[in-house]
Design a binder for this molecule. Structure first.
Ligand SMILES: [Zn+2]
Ligand SMILES: [Zn+2]
Length: 137
């Protein structure tokens, strides 16, 4: 039983969700939905809707995050990350490297900012454009 050998992380995922997640985990860059579809056609994933459904669920579970400005998807780097609405990334403008930022203080700070306007912060999607340390060399 292959299913039994999978880590906790992949429990309760459907076959499609599992292979989409595996592909994103192996990719070293954010992938667009059509390239996910292209890569998974050999696994029997043929319809864009199958990819979108799997992505929606994985995002809801916090296992995949969407890079809004790139309309692309990345696997969460932190298996404990339950973030499905709050995401923060740095994106290198030179090499396109995308890194997830984990900092609870960000939510607190942004929440405080929203509070000053007597509002409640529901979610955020931060994308910081940077020049990474490799590209600075
Ligand atoms: Zn995450
Ligand atoms: Zn770079």
């Amino acid at each position: 039983m292959r299913y039994k050998q999978l880590s906790d992380k992949k429990e309760n995922l459907t076959k499609h969700q599992e292979i989409v997640l595996e592909l994103l985990e192996k990719a070293n860059e954010p992938l667009k939905a059509y390239s996910i579809l292209f890569n998974l056609s050999e696994h029997g994933v043929k319809a864009p809707l199958q990819v979108y459904r799997a992505l929606d669920k994985l995002i809801e579970l916090g296992k995949v995050h969407k890079i809004e400005s790139k309309n692309s998807f990345v696997a969460c780097i932190n298996s404990n990350c339950k973030a499905n609405s709050n995401t923060a990334f740095t994106i290198c403008e030179q090499c396109d490297e995308v890194l997830e930022i984990h900092d609870k203080k960000i939510f607190k700070k942004l929440g405080d900012l929203a509070n000053q306007g007597k509002s409640k912060l529901n979610k955020y999607n931060l994308e910081l454009y940077i020049t990474c340390k490799n590209c600075l060399k």
